[in-house]
Design a protein around this ligand. Structure first.
Ligand code: NAG
Ligand code: NAG
Ligand code: NAG
Ligand code: NAG
Ligand code: NAG
Ligand code: NAG
Ligand code: NAG
Ligand code: NAG
Ligand code: NAG
Ligand code: NAG
Length: 837
């Protein structure tokens, strides 16, 4: 009993692109539901313990139901899954499929189908892929099975239980892109059963048993599907003795008889180590003899054990000129110490241009064997055990053997010295690709010598901490992913693709050093932000992948990224949008950059503040202008001055009261004269002499005085020039002068109106009215020059009022009218005094 080949797909896929028919479901059996659906409408309901198809989100496209216990799928179950494209029922046990038409792909592999009923597939006219591998049916059963499948292009069937393939079982299958037959225990095969399928694409056959003990059957089967253009993959072979090669021999002979151009163009011998299989020297030699002169170009051996010792020289005479490629992977050589050198295999090794020996524990290729590979252009020694020392042997100390080599791949070995490597390849003057990823490089020397043809270098997965001028300037593709780089500061003028994912870079490299860079991959670093200007320093960059970094979601950066997602930026971000997650600031942590919405106020703080300040400034200016226009400052200044003066005068009074002294009589002047400095000459020349020393003019005024029959009274006047206390605040002086004067004489003129102090004085007299001390006409107006009310600015409402209510005295220009003027003035000054006792 054979095990199951683990490399095969074991999924049950039901492609239901336009499932249209829907029956009403029985409400009694409640349907289970599954809510494990992702953003791409793909639902992973594996291992859910479901016994029937569960309901999922509307519009789901893919439903994976692998590893459940679903034994039946009916169209009833599929109601509500109208959008479903793929249904996977891997590892379940469905036993019946009713009317699943419109299906394009049906994968029933690895279920429990013990028999195939031809009615299942009858209506599946649209089916293109059918997989029946891994079910316990022993026979395909009916010649009607595949008859309805007119559009079938890929067919896989068989298992370890399949014992017979009879003529007619594949009726209806005429042409295929892919045929897979698992028939490890096949016992009966009617020759020609598979022969009707033509044209045939790729054929994969598992014929373990027949190759061992029924080579006739194997020959028949192999012969039916062998066409010159048909690649063949053979699984599970056990090639030990001369006998096991017989099917190839038969087929080859048959081909010659049929006069086709050759036996196999293309053989893939794939062995599975799980069977503990081995291939002997004898089998190899026989195989080489069988394929002698055949246009066999590609030999691949996977998962095999070589039991022999490499003694293949008996096939020396064979002709294998056509061999182009050897591909050997996961091959174990059991007797590695007995294994002879490849020296005798020159007949075989001189032809291939491509050799891959992958995962074969190769630790050394002796220089002499290397020299045998005369045609070699491509050498892949991935996942082996090479060290710097054995590499020197393998590449013959860098003497330029393998002069045609273009691609060299030492990925996954134990190399440590980049300078050794560069020295060894320096003379390979056609080398273009060098892959030394996943090695142990941790230091990069400052100078290296490389072939001038080197374009591709892959040093990913090492431990490099810095990059130096060692990097060849000719590089077009450089992969330094998954190292420990913190900076990247080299000039690489020819570089087109740069891979820097999985390092510790904090900034984008300076783009002006890579004028030809088109693609940059820098995922999973510690990049937090980059600016538009940094992107613009790359002249040719069109493709950037920068997800999975510690993104600082600033307004500018979020905006830049979102533009790039929408394809509006200069550089397209080609990795998944979901990879861009905000790391900071804290409130946005964990959010997808594509989903972040930042407010304008948050993003343009400076602008907002500026606008606010600007608006405030404008308002203030307007306010100031308005206030200035309505003379508000003047009023405020005045009020303030008055209040201050008031306070100091009242405190002075309190002090006096407290002292009990009344040294200063409250009223000591008859009049306070308020005048503009420019009118001082008039005051000094006329007013003061006239009022304070009237005797001087007695003679002249005798007539009037005599008429009044009274001596002329002398008035005491308070003049700011003369009577103000020096050292005191002028407003105080004005206040106290006015308070201590019985009357205030305003000498009105244009000068007066334009003098600030005069205005104060005028207004103080106004305030005195409010004080209530004065009951009326304390103010006497003298008009020095004709002054119409309209000449007085509007804000002197007090003055205008006074001029309205109080009769004012006009200073006459004519001499003869002046005595009358003085008389009126005296009367006005005397005013109330006469009423006083
Ligand atoms: C579905 O989930 C299972 C585990 O529940 C996991 O093993 C499997 O890989 C997932 N399938 C897909 C396609 O993600
Ligand atoms: C499926 O059902 C069988 C019995 O009906 C049970 O033994 C088995 O554990 C179930 N498997 C799963 C995956 O639930
Ligand atoms: C095939 O299925 C049909 C309908 O389900 C049934 O009537 C018939 O007996 C089945 N045939 C075999 C050979 O099981
Ligand atoms: C081949 O071996 C299988 C068991 O491995 C056996 O059942 C079968 O009869 C044998 N066939 C021949 C032709 O010997
Ligand atoms: C292998 O078998 C073929 C044909 O059966 C025969 O011609 C050949 O000599 C055999 N080789 C050996 C080494 O026995
Ligand atoms: C594999 O086969 C060899 C002999 O061919 C045997 O010695 C060995 O024990 C086998 N190994 C296993 C795991 O069966
Ligand atoms: C390599 O070949 C040369 C002659 O071609 C021979 O002298 C030398 O001993 C060989 N070296 C090894 C290690 O086989
Ligand atoms: C080896 O390197 C070459 C060139 O880079 C590449 O094409 C190839 O796929 C690599 N082989 C493996 C097994 O990675
Ligand atoms: C470099 O090598 C790694 C690992 O071998 C591989 O995954 C990667 O794709 C390679 N890079 C390029 C650009 O081919
Ligand atoms: C990038 O390099 C150029 C010269 O190579 C230099 O002029 C420029 O200042 C660098 N820019 C930054 C951001 O370091």
């Amino acid at each position: 009993m054979m095990g199951r080949p683990p490399s095969l797909p074991f999924v049950l896929l039901l492609f239901l692109p336009c499932l249209s028919r829907a029956h009403r479901s029985n409400p009694e059996d409640e349907k289970p539901s599954c809510d494990r659906c992702d953003r791409r409408l793909s639902c992973n309901c594996t291992y859910g313990g479901f016994t029937r198809v569960p309901t999922v989100t509307d519009g789901a496209l893919t439903l994976d139901l692998s590893f459940n216990n679903i034994s039946e799928v009916t169209d009833d179950d599929l109601i509500g899954h109208a959008h479903l494209r793929a249904l996977s029922l891997h590892g379940n046990a469905p036993s019946a499929f009713d009317a699943l038409w419109n299906l394009e792909e049906l994968d029933l592999s690895n279920n429990r189908l013990t028999a195939l009923n031809h009615t299942w597939f009858q209506k599946l006219g649209a089916l293109q892929k059918l997989n029946l591998v891994g079910n316990p049916y022993r026979s395909l059963g009916s010649s009607l099975l595949f008859q309805g499948l007119v559009r079938l292009r890929k067919l896989a069937f068989g298992s370890d239980d399949l014992v017979e393939l009879r003529r007619g079982h594949l009726t209806g299958v005429s042409q295929l892109e892919e045929l897979t037959v698992h028939a490890n225990n096949l016992q009966r095969y009617d020759a020609g059963t598979l022969a009707g399928i033509w044209p045939l694409g790729r054929v994969t056959l598992s014929l373990h048993g027949p190759f061992l003990n029924n080579t006739a059957l194997a020959s028949d089967l192999l012969g039916d599907v062998s066409y010159p253009e048909t690649p063949m993959v053979l699984l599970d072979l056990h090639l030990i003795g001369n006998e096991s090669i017989q099917p190839f021999r038969e087929t080859s002979r048959r081909r010659v008889r049929k006069k086709t151009t050759g036996t196999f163009d293309f053989i893939v011998l794939s062995f599975l180590t799980t069977y503990n299989l081995s291939v002997s020297d004898e089998a190899i030699v026989e195989l080489l003899k069988v394929s002698d002169g055949a246009p066999l170009t590609y030999m691949a051996v996977n998962n095999a054990r070589l039991t022999g010792e490499g003694r293949w020289e008996r096939a020396k005479e064979t002709d294998h000129k056509n061999i182009d490629e050897f591909f050997i992977r996961d091959v174990v050589i059991l007797n590695v110490w007995k294994f002879v050198s490849f020296m005798d295999l020159g007949f075989l090794l001189q032809y291939p241009r491509r050799v891959s020996v992958i995962g074969a524990k190769v630790f050394l290729l002796p220089c002499n064997s290397t020299r045998l590979l005369k045609n070699l252009q491509y050498l892949d020694l991935t996942n082996n055990l090479l060290t710097d020392m054995t590499l020197e042997q393998t590449l013959c100390n860098g003497d330029g053997t393998l002069k045609n080599l273009r691609v060299l791949n030492f990925s996954g070995n134990a190399l440590k010295s980049l300078s050794t490597l560069s020295h060894l390849v320096a003379k390979l003057d056609k080398l273009a690709h060098l892959d030394v990823s996943r090695n142990g490089y941790n230091v990069m020397p400052t100078h290296c010598t490389w072939p001038s043809t080197l374009q591709y270098l892959n040093i990913s997965g090492s431990k490099l901490t810095e990059v130096t001028a060692c990097m060849p300037k000719t590089l077009q593709v450089l992969d330094l992913s998954n190292n420990d780089l913190q900076t990247f500061l080299v000039d690489l003028p020819a570089l087109r693709e740069l891979y820097l994912s999985g390092n510790k870079l904090q900034n984008l490299p300076n783009g002006s050093k890579f004028p030809n860079l088109q693609s940059l991959t820098i995922q999973s670093n510690t990049l937090s932000i980059f600016h538009d200007s940094e992107l613009k320093s790359y002249q040719r960059l069109t493709n950037l992948q920068a997800g999975q970094n510690k993104i600082l979601c600033s307004c500018e950066f979020v905006n830049l990224l979102q533009m790039s997602f929408r394809g509006q930026g200069a550089v397209a971000l080609t990795d998944e949008e979901e990879n861009y997650i905000c790391d900071s600031p804290l409130p946005l942590q964990g959010e997808q950059v594509g989903q972040v919405h930042l407010s304008i106020a948050y993003c343009h703080q400076v602008l907002v503040v500026c606008v606010c300040c600007g608006v405030a400034l404008v308002i203030m200016v307007v306010l100031v202008v308005v206030l200035w226009r309505i003379h508000a400052f003047w009023y405020v200044k005045m009020t303030w001055a008055w209040l201050k003066a008031k306070r100091s005068s009242s405190s002075r009074r309190r002090r006096q009261n407290r002292d009990g002294t009344d040294s200063e009589p409250l009223l000591c002047y008859d009049a306070f004269v308020s005048y503009s400095e420019r009118d001082a000459s008039w005051v000094e020349e006329y007013l003061v002499p006239e009022l304070e020393n009237p005797r001087d003019e007695k003679d002249e005024t005798a007539a009037t005085a005599a008429a009044n029959d009274k001596p002329l009274q002398a008035f005491s006047l308070c003049l700011h020039k003369r009577d103000f206390l020096p050292g005191q605040w002028i407003v105080d002086n004005i206040m106290s002068a006015m308070e201590r004067s019985r009357r205030t004489v305003f000498i009105l003129s244009e000068n007066f109106v334009s003098s600030d102090w005069c205005r104060y004085e005028l207004d103080f007299s106004h305030f005195r009215l409010f004080d209530g001390k004065d009951d009326g006409d304390t103010a006497i107006l003298i008009l020095l020059e004709p002054l119409s009310k309209d000449d007085i600015p509007k804000r002197f409402c007090k003055l205008r009022k006074l001029m309205n209510s109080t009769t004012y005295l006009e200073w006459p220009q004519e001499e003869e009218k002046r005595p009358e003027f003085w008389g009126s003035l005296r009367n006005a000054l005397r005013g109330d005094d006469e009423e006083e006792p």
